[in-house]
Ligand binder design. Structure first.
Ligand code: ADP
Ligand code: MG
Length: 249
Protein backbone atom coordinates (compact mmCIF):
# COMPACT_ATOMS: atom_id res chain seq x y z
CA UNK A 1 0.00 0.00 0.00
CA UNK A 2 1.22 3.48 -0.84
CA UNK A 3 1.64 6.41 1.53
CA UNK A 4 -1.11 8.07 -0.50
CA UNK A 5 -4.02 6.03 -1.86
CA UNK A 6 -6.72 7.47 -4.09
CA UNK A 7 -9.58 5.18 -5.07
CA UNK A 8 -12.57 5.81 -7.29
CA UNK A 9 -12.44 9.61 -7.04
CA UNK A 10 -14.99 11.49 -9.12
CA UNK A 11 -15.42 15.25 -9.26
CA UNK A 12 -17.94 17.20 -11.31
CA UNK A 13 -18.19 20.92 -11.90
CA UNK A 14 -21.79 21.23 -13.09
CA UNK A 15 -21.95 19.33 -16.36
CA UNK A 16 -18.20 18.81 -16.56
CA UNK A 17 -16.65 15.61 -15.27
CA UNK A 18 -13.25 16.95 -14.16
CA UNK A 19 -12.21 13.65 -12.53
CA UNK A 20 -13.64 10.27 -13.51
CA UNK A 21 -12.87 7.26 -11.37
CA UNK A 22 -9.31 8.18 -10.47
CA UNK A 23 -7.18 5.53 -8.78
CA UNK A 24 -3.67 6.44 -7.74
CA UNK A 25 -1.16 4.88 -5.39
CA UNK A 26 1.96 6.83 -4.47
CA UNK A 27 4.71 4.67 -2.96
CA UNK A 28 6.43 5.90 0.17
CA UNK A 29 9.69 7.78 -0.49
CA UNK A 30 9.15 7.79 -4.26
CA UNK A 31 8.99 10.72 -6.66
CA UNK A 32 5.73 10.27 -8.54
CA UNK A 33 4.81 12.60 -11.39
CA UNK A 34 1.32 13.28 -12.68
CA UNK A 35 1.30 14.57 -16.22
CA UNK A 36 -1.38 15.28 -18.77
CA UNK A 37 -2.65 17.92 -21.17
CA UNK A 38 -4.16 21.20 -20.03
CA UNK A 39 -7.54 20.67 -18.44
CA UNK A 40 -6.84 16.96 -17.73
CA UNK A 41 -7.81 17.46 -14.08
CA UNK A 42 -4.35 17.51 -12.50
CA UNK A 43 -4.91 20.55 -10.29
CA UNK A 44 -8.41 19.37 -9.42
CA UNK A 45 -6.93 16.09 -8.23
CA UNK A 46 -4.34 17.90 -6.12
CA UNK A 47 -7.03 20.11 -4.63
CA UNK A 48 -8.95 16.98 -3.63
CA UNK A 49 -5.86 15.69 -1.82
CA UNK A 50 -5.28 18.82 0.24
CA UNK A 51 -8.86 19.54 1.27
CA UNK A 52 -9.49 22.49 -1.04
CA UNK A 53 -12.07 20.46 -2.97
CA UNK A 54 -14.26 17.60 -1.86
CA UNK A 55 -14.59 14.67 -4.29
CA UNK A 56 -18.17 13.67 -5.13
CA UNK A 57 -17.28 10.02 -4.54
CA UNK A 58 -14.19 7.99 -3.72
CA UNK A 59 -11.62 7.78 -0.96
CA UNK A 60 -8.29 9.46 -0.28
CA UNK A 61 -6.07 8.09 2.46
CA UNK A 62 -2.69 9.24 3.70
CA UNK A 63 -0.71 6.76 5.81
CA UNK A 64 -3.94 4.81 6.14
CA UNK A 65 -6.02 7.74 7.46
CA UNK A 66 -8.76 9.37 5.43
CA UNK A 67 -8.11 12.99 4.49
CA UNK A 68 -11.67 13.57 3.31
CA UNK A 69 -13.73 15.88 5.49
CA UNK A 70 -10.60 17.46 6.95
CA UNK A 71 -9.62 21.10 6.47
CA UNK A 72 -6.46 22.06 4.54
CA UNK A 73 -4.87 23.00 7.87
CA UNK A 74 -5.67 19.62 9.40
CA UNK A 75 -4.31 17.83 6.31
CA UNK A 76 -1.14 19.90 6.55
CA UNK A 77 -0.82 18.82 10.18
CA UNK A 78 -1.07 15.18 9.05
CA UNK A 79 2.19 15.71 7.14
CA UNK A 80 1.19 16.89 3.67
CA UNK A 81 2.72 20.12 2.37
CA UNK A 82 1.83 21.76 -0.90
CA UNK A 83 3.85 24.03 -3.12
CA UNK A 84 1.84 26.21 -5.48
CA UNK A 85 2.64 27.34 -9.00
CA UNK A 86 3.47 30.86 -7.76
CA UNK A 87 5.70 30.84 -4.68
CA UNK A 88 3.65 31.69 -1.58
CA UNK A 89 6.01 33.83 0.41
CA UNK A 90 5.74 37.23 2.11
CA UNK A 91 7.46 39.58 -0.32
CA UNK A 92 7.85 42.45 2.21
CA UNK A 93 9.57 40.28 4.81
CA UNK A 94 13.17 39.12 4.82
CA UNK A 95 14.16 35.54 4.08
CA UNK A 96 14.68 34.80 7.78
CA UNK A 97 11.39 36.44 8.79
CA UNK A 98 9.57 34.32 6.22
CA UNK A 99 11.26 31.23 7.55
CA UNK A 100 10.18 31.82 11.13
CA UNK A 101 6.48 31.88 10.21
CA UNK A 102 6.04 28.13 9.58
CA UNK A 103 8.33 27.39 12.55
CA UNK A 104 5.99 29.10 14.96
CA UNK A 105 2.84 28.08 13.14
CA UNK A 106 3.54 24.38 13.59
CA UNK A 107 1.42 23.39 16.53
CA UNK A 108 2.24 19.71 16.84
CA UNK A 109 5.63 18.12 17.16
CA UNK A 110 8.70 20.04 18.21
CA UNK A 111 7.55 23.57 17.48
CA UNK A 112 4.59 24.81 19.46
CA UNK A 113 3.05 28.25 19.60
CA UNK A 114 3.81 28.47 23.28
CA UNK A 115 7.47 27.85 22.56
CA UNK A 116 7.47 31.66 22.32
CA UNK A 117 7.54 31.72 26.11
CA UNK A 118 10.88 29.97 26.35
CA UNK A 119 14.17 31.52 25.23
CA UNK A 120 15.76 28.09 24.82
CA UNK A 121 13.02 26.97 22.46
CA UNK A 122 13.14 30.24 20.59
CA UNK A 123 16.86 29.80 20.00
CA UNK A 124 16.30 26.23 18.93
CA UNK A 125 13.71 27.39 16.41
CA UNK A 126 16.02 30.04 14.95
CA UNK A 127 18.81 27.49 14.68
CA UNK A 128 16.50 25.08 12.94
CA UNK A 129 15.41 27.83 10.52
CA UNK A 130 19.04 28.72 9.82
CA UNK A 131 19.94 25.09 9.26
CA UNK A 132 17.12 24.65 6.75
CA UNK A 133 18.15 27.83 4.88
CA UNK A 134 21.71 26.55 4.79
CA UNK A 135 20.44 23.34 3.25
CA UNK A 136 18.86 25.27 0.37
CA UNK A 137 21.99 27.46 -0.02
CA UNK A 138 20.44 30.69 1.19
CA UNK A 139 22.76 31.47 4.11
CA UNK A 140 24.06 34.64 2.46
CA UNK A 141 20.53 35.93 1.84
CA UNK A 142 18.98 35.84 5.31
CA UNK A 143 18.39 39.61 5.43
CA UNK A 144 17.28 40.04 1.84
CA UNK A 145 13.69 41.04 1.12
CA UNK A 146 12.02 37.93 -0.24
CA UNK A 147 10.26 39.93 -2.95
CA UNK A 148 13.53 41.14 -4.43
CA UNK A 149 14.89 37.68 -5.20
CA UNK A 150 14.87 35.63 -8.42
CA UNK A 151 12.08 33.16 -9.02
CA UNK A 152 14.47 30.30 -8.33
CA UNK A 153 15.47 31.76 -4.95
CA UNK A 154 11.84 32.40 -4.05
CA UNK A 155 11.18 28.75 -4.81
CA UNK A 156 14.14 27.74 -2.60
CA UNK A 157 12.80 29.81 0.27
CA UNK A 158 9.31 28.40 -0.15
CA UNK A 159 10.71 24.88 -0.19
CA UNK A 160 12.63 25.55 3.04
CA UNK A 161 9.43 26.92 4.61
CA UNK A 162 7.71 23.65 3.70
CA UNK A 163 10.53 21.36 4.82
CA UNK A 164 10.95 22.96 8.23
CA UNK A 165 7.50 21.57 9.00
CA UNK A 166 8.92 18.08 8.31
CA UNK A 167 6.21 16.92 5.90
CA UNK A 168 6.05 13.25 4.87
CA UNK A 169 4.53 14.13 1.50
CA UNK A 170 5.37 17.13 -0.63
CA UNK A 171 2.86 17.99 -3.38
CA UNK A 172 3.99 20.32 -6.14
CA UNK A 173 1.79 21.84 -8.82
CA UNK A 174 3.94 22.84 -11.79
CA UNK A 175 6.78 24.22 -9.66
CA UNK A 176 8.86 25.33 -12.66
CA UNK A 177 6.07 27.03 -14.63
CA UNK A 178 7.26 30.36 -16.00
CA UNK A 179 10.87 29.76 -14.96
CA UNK A 180 13.90 30.34 -17.13
CA UNK A 181 15.90 27.20 -17.95
CA UNK A 182 18.60 27.97 -15.35
CA UNK A 183 16.03 28.34 -12.55
CA UNK A 184 14.26 25.20 -13.75
CA UNK A 185 17.52 23.24 -13.56
CA UNK A 186 18.21 24.66 -10.09
CA UNK A 187 14.76 23.55 -8.99
CA UNK A 188 15.37 20.04 -10.34
CA UNK A 189 18.66 19.88 -8.38
CA UNK A 190 16.96 21.23 -5.27
CA UNK A 191 14.19 18.63 -5.43
CA UNK A 192 16.75 15.87 -5.96
CA UNK A 193 18.71 17.06 -2.90
CA UNK A 194 15.57 17.29 -0.82
CA UNK A 195 14.51 13.81 -1.84
CA UNK A 196 17.97 12.38 -1.08
CA UNK A 197 18.35 14.04 2.31
CA UNK A 198 14.87 13.76 3.75
CA UNK A 199 12.55 10.91 4.47
CA UNK A 200 10.00 12.34 2.07
CA UNK A 201 7.64 11.35 -0.73
CA UNK A 202 7.22 13.80 -3.61
CA UNK A 203 4.18 13.95 -5.89
CA UNK A 204 4.69 16.44 -8.67
CA UNK A 205 2.40 17.78 -11.36
CA UNK A 206 4.54 19.04 -14.17
CA UNK A 207 4.23 20.13 -17.74
CA UNK A 208 7.93 20.25 -18.49
CA UNK A 209 9.00 16.77 -19.66
CA UNK A 210 12.64 17.58 -18.91
CA UNK A 211 11.67 18.04 -15.24
CA UNK A 212 9.46 14.94 -15.18
CA UNK A 213 12.05 12.65 -16.73
CA UNK A 214 14.83 14.09 -14.53
CA UNK A 215 12.98 13.39 -11.29
CA UNK A 216 10.21 10.84 -11.43
CA UNK A 217 10.39 7.12 -10.68
CA UNK A 218 6.73 6.59 -11.54
CA UNK A 219 4.54 8.59 -13.89
CA UNK A 220 0.76 8.69 -14.07
CA UNK A 221 -0.70 10.13 -17.24
CA UNK A 222 -4.06 11.78 -16.75
CA UNK A 223 -6.27 12.46 -19.75
CA UNK A 224 -9.75 13.94 -19.53
CA UNK A 225 -9.91 13.30 -15.82
CA UNK A 226 -8.95 9.62 -15.93
CA UNK A 227 -5.58 7.90 -15.52
CA UNK A 228 -4.56 6.62 -18.94
CA UNK A 229 -1.45 4.75 -17.91
CA UNK A 230 0.96 4.52 -14.98
CA UNK A 231 4.51 3.31 -15.47
CA UNK A 232 8.23 4.05 -15.23
CA UNK A 233 9.65 7.03 -17.19
CA UNK A 234 11.35 4.63 -19.65
CA UNK A 235 8.07 2.94 -20.50
CA UNK A 236 6.06 6.16 -20.54
CA UNK A 237 8.40 7.71 -23.13
CA UNK A 238 7.66 5.03 -25.68
CA UNK A 239 4.05 4.32 -24.78
CA UNK A 240 1.88 4.68 -27.91
CA UNK A 241 -1.21 5.83 -25.98
CA UNK A 242 0.82 8.50 -24.24
CA UNK A 243 2.44 9.70 -27.44
CA UNK A 244 -0.97 10.02 -29.00
CA UNK A 245 -2.78 11.65 -26.08
CA UNK A 246 -0.08 13.83 -24.67
CA UNK A 247 3.20 14.14 -26.44
CA UNK A 248 1.35 14.88 -29.67
CA UNK A 249 3.31 12.43 -31.80
P1 ADP B 1 -5.21 20.81 -15.23
O1 ADP B 1 -4.64 21.23 -13.92
O2 ADP B 1 -4.88 19.40 -15.61
O3 ADP B 1 -4.87 21.76 -16.34
P2 ADP B 1 -7.75 21.40 -13.95
O4 ADP B 1 -7.83 20.40 -12.86
O5 ADP B 1 -7.38 22.78 -13.59
O6 ADP B 1 -6.82 20.85 -15.12
O7 ADP B 1 -9.16 21.44 -14.69
C1 ADP B 1 -9.86 20.30 -15.14
C2 ADP B 1 -11.15 20.74 -15.78
O8 ADP B 1 -12.02 21.21 -14.77
C3 ADP B 1 -11.00 21.88 -16.78
O9 ADP B 1 -11.90 21.67 -17.82
C4 ADP B 1 -11.34 23.11 -15.97
O10 ADP B 1 -11.85 24.12 -16.78
C5 ADP B 1 -12.39 22.57 -15.02
N1 ADP B 1 -12.41 23.25 -13.71
C6 ADP B 1 -11.39 23.30 -12.82
N2 ADP B 1 -11.74 23.96 -11.69
C7 ADP B 1 -13.05 24.33 -11.88
C8 ADP B 1 -14.01 25.04 -11.09
N3 ADP B 1 -13.67 25.48 -9.87
N4 ADP B 1 -15.23 25.24 -11.61
C9 ADP B 1 -15.54 24.77 -12.82
N5 ADP B 1 -14.71 24.10 -13.62
C10 ADP B 1 -13.47 23.88 -13.17
MG1 MG C 1 -3.35 22.83 -13.34
Amino acid sequence: MGILEVTGVNKRFGGLQALGDVNLSVAENSVHAIIGPNGAGKSTLLNCLVGKLKPDTGTVTFQGDSVLGRTPFEINQMGISRVFQTPEIFTDLTVMENMLIPCFAKRDGAFRMHAFGSIANEREIVERAEHMLEEVNMTTKLDMLAGSMSRGDKRRLEMAMCLVQEPKLLLLDEPTAGMARADTNNTIDLLKEIHDKHDITIAIIEHDMHVVFSLAQRITVLAQGTPLVEDTPENIKGHPKVKEAYLGE
